[in-house]
Design a protein. Sequence first.
Length: 95
Amino acid sequence: NNAIIVNGKQTINITAKGGYNPKTTAAKADVPTVIKMNTQGTFDCSSVLTIPSLNYKTNLQPSGVTEIEVPPQKAGTTLKGICAMGMYNFQIKFE
């Protein structure tokens, strides 16, 4: 699983290049979470990330890690991330 909890904080690793991997993540609800968007030579539309429910939009750096702080989410919540063109997406399901 790409979601790990250390010292009460959840970290979710997602790779952005030619889409997002993994496309679906199961995460624990009601804990502070950081999404780590990992890029390596990413220049396609997946480098422009929007998470509508968080009012979040950014241009990811071509190579490196971008950390996105997410407040604790209720069980049953699904966060969706989409690229600039709407071609690529991922979802994080909080349980």
